[in-house]
Ligand binder design. Structure first.
Ligand SMILES: NC(=O)C1=CN([C@@H]2O[C@H](COP(=O)(O)OP(=O)(O)OC[C@H]3O[C@@H](n4cnc5c(N)ncnc54)[C@H](O)[C@@H]3O)[C@@H](O)[C@H]2O)C=CC1
Ligand SMILES: O=C(CO)COP(=O)(O)O
Length: 337
């Protein structure tokens, strides 16, 4: 049994709290939102986001960050990505040297182009920062539906420690040293999921979605390798695995927001309708800026930026993608003749 704290009590923080409590750990679930904590304490259920799933008794729910961070074996960052830095700044006074911290949010800070582990390393002094990512919708994890993820950490010991804490018969955890590869796959797949949703909203079919997913992972891999990630990671759970689930699942907020945009909603109308965080909207800007910085062609990411931020009609973006100059599928593959 370990003492684990989860910061952020939305869908994902709550689903992981249930998983970890069922694994026998002593869990503290923190939210900055008083109404959220009150609702969770009153109903012992995330009634808005995970209706029908009761919280086990060994979860303490609080707005007290000191209680949440002091003397913990593991601190899980599960706030939405735009709040990772502000939450880390609030938490740092209570975080001990070499504290093991695992971030489960998916995003890139658009003002700095920092990944979320960069942010935690900057803000938390000498914490040991890891990441956990993969195809894992909270709705399914909270119902014990079989799920697999990967933990990336700087040392094998930390990766194995986190693996042991999360692993259950229904939640299989792999380990990896490739933190940057895991983070880039997990955040940029949300941008491609917006595109997949738009294609659905425009009434296109399975061929179009498969094309977006395949060319999407090609874009993510090109950028990710330029930034130090490993090709195997983009073919793995946090890469193509998460891309598949997010582009195809009824649970995906990013795909749903894209669908609404394809149906004619503006970006803001779509985000309001979805209600929960649509991370791809934030990651789209950052991914495009990183593409320019590293001189990597990312045509789908570029078109999504034009649709989201410059009101380009989605149909026009698709036409522009289809009528680009002719290309080889992979420019590294050469003919002998
Ligand atoms: N929902 C899912 O299935 C999964 C989500 N994730 C990632 O986990 C992260 C959180 O997602 P969800 O829980 O689904 O989002 P959500 O929209 O359900 O909840 C976000 C939570 O962030 C917290 N929050 C809101 N405002 C805040 C503030 N100003 N300061 C600090 N905390 C604040 C609140 O606890 C809120 O419930 C995202 O990065 C998401 O991509 C990752 C895997 C699965
Ligand atoms: O990352 C996720 C599943 O792995 C959740 O995706 P959405 O934020 O699009 O719902």
């Amino acid at each position: 049994m370990n003492k684990v704290s989860i910061l952020g009590a939305g869908s994902w923080g709550t689903a992981l709290a249930i998983l970890l409590a069922n694994n026998g750990h002593e869990v503290t679930l923190w939210s900055i939102l008083e109404a959220e904590v009150e609702m969770l304490n009153t109903h012992r259920e995330q009634i808005d986001k995970l209706p029908g799933v009761k919280l086990p008794a060994n979860i303490t729910i609080t707005t007290d960050l000191e209680v949440s961070c002091k003397d913990k074996d593991l601190i899980v960052f599960a706030v939405a990505s735009p709040y990772v830095r502000s939450t880390a700044k609030l938490a740092v006074p209570f975080i001990k040297e070499n504290q093991i911290v695992v971030n489960v949010a998916k995003g890139i800070e658009d003002s700095t182009l920092d990944t979320l582990s960069d942010i935690l390393n900057e803000e938390l002094n000498n914490a040991d920062v890891a990441v956990l990512s993969g195809p894992s919708h909270a709705e399914e994890v909270s119902h014990g539906i079989p799920t697999t993820v990967v933990v990336g950490a700087q040392s094998k010991a930390t990766a194995y420690f986190i693996q042991d804490i999360f692993m259950s018969e229904k939640f299989r955890v792999y380990t990896s040293p490739d933190i940057i590869g895991i983070e880039l796959g997990g955040s940029i797949k949300n941008v491609i999921a917006l595109a997949a949703g738009i294609a659905d909203g425009l009434g296109f079919g399975d061929n179009t979605k498969a094309a977006l997913m395949t060319r999407g992972i090609a874009e993510i891999s090109r950028l990710g390798i330029a930034m130090g990630g490993k090709i195997e990671t983009f073919a793995g759970l946090s890469g193509v695995g998460d891309l598949i689930v997010t582009c195809t699942s009824k649970h995906s907020r990013n795909r749903t927001a894209g669908y609404l945009i394809g149906k004619g909603y503006t970006m803001n109308e779509a985000m309001d309708e979805v209600k929960q965080i649509v991370e791809g909207v934030y990651s789209a800007k950052a991914a495009y800026a990183l593409a320019k910085k590293h001189d990597i062609p990312m045509p789908i990411v570029e078109q999504i930026n034009l649709v989201l931020f410059e009101n380009k009609p989605a149909k026009e973006a698709v036409d522009d993608l289809l009528t680009r100059d002719k290309r080889r599928e992979y420019s590294d593959l050469k003919w002998n003749k």
